[in-house]
Ligand binder design. Sequence first.
Ligand SMILES: [Zn+2]
Length: 150
Amino acid sequence: MTPELVAAVDSAVKQRHARQASRDEIAFTCPKPEGHANRDAHPSARWNRTKAVWHCDVCGAAGGIIALARRLRLPLPERLGHVSRKETGRWTIRDGTGRPVAVKVRLEPGRNGRRKDYVWFHPDGRTPGATGRRALRHGLIQWTGGTLER
Ligand SMILES: [Zn+2]
């Protein structure tokens, strides 16, 4: 958790019909509207900035600041966003001679609320520079009889 993230969550929470609920807590519209018949018209969730946790009295949704930031669709610092990401797919791209030229990896969940992200790197683990990355994305590497293997 970073002070920047706490500040970002705090200000996002305050835009959700917030009111001071107690000394340490702000009530705000629940970020899980599907848990409420009226989409939580009368704010039921509580955010504690000091402890960086939240809880909804009505639907029971609760958690730490990262989960809340995700629900509020706030961009997470890269480092934090990586914490629970998993590799869910890996492809090796080979040229016509069978030599691996690139590796493509799928990570889930993706950053900034996306379902997934793809990262590319050279078979030796180096990240391609901007030009190489563009070439890979646009398929400029010719697959002359090469195979795409899982
Ligand atoms: Zn709720």
